[in-house]
Write a protein of this length. Structure first.
Length: 175
């Protein structure tokens, strides 16, 4: 649309002159979000078979399978310690000749087979697991991390034990 010159001049005369656009007012918004810490878990094989030996053999030994600690707590310089313990191994009616006491059960964690994240992962010293023993530790951990190892279990068989399938429970825990 065309505005006649006289009208435009009159508008200027009345203070209706074109103006430059002023900047809009600014306002900041602070945005936040939260990362919540997850859990610390340990997973071990549901079962493990150390094989078989002939009666009179001094011991039976074998790897148990992968044990993994998963730390999803997202900490800064956090730690965890995994422990292991064992029950007695029994067969039949669990009488004295059918029981191998847990004092005869030894655990060796070996080196880590896999780790993720930032930190120091250290195998425990190994040894008899009639009481909780350190299996593995994580220290100076930053963020999420995992450690996996494949421990060896050795059961020393005392003289006078009967033939049979011996069963015991090896428990891993982490805290």
């Amino acid at each position: 649309m065309r505005i006649p010159f006289a009208v435009a001049a009159a508008a200027i005369g009345f203070g209706l002159a074109a103006t430059t656009a002023l900047p809009a007012l600014a306002d900041d918004t602070t945005v936040t979000f939260t990362i919540t810490g997850g859990t610390l878990t340990i997973n071990a094989p549901a079962s493990s078979n150390l094989g078989s030996v002939v009666s009179g053999t001094a011991s039976v030994s074998g790897q148990m399978g992968a044990v993994t600690v998963t730390d999803d707590r997202g900490g800064l310089s956090s730690t965890w310690s995994a422990t292991v313990t064992s029950t007695d191994f029994t067969t039949g009616g669990a009488t004295a000749p059918e029981t191998i006491p847990n004092i005869n059960v030894s655990y060796s964690p070996g080196a880590a087979t896999n780790t993720t994240g930032t930190g120091t992962f250290t195998p425990g010293p190994g040894g008899i697991v009639n009481v909780p023993r350190v299996a593995f530790t994580g220290a100076d951990l930053v963020g999420d991390n995992t450690a996996t190892w494949n421990p060896t279990l050795t059961v020393t068989i005392p003289a006078g034990k009967v033939a049979g399938v011996y069963t015991g429970t090896v428990t891993h825990s982490v805290g």
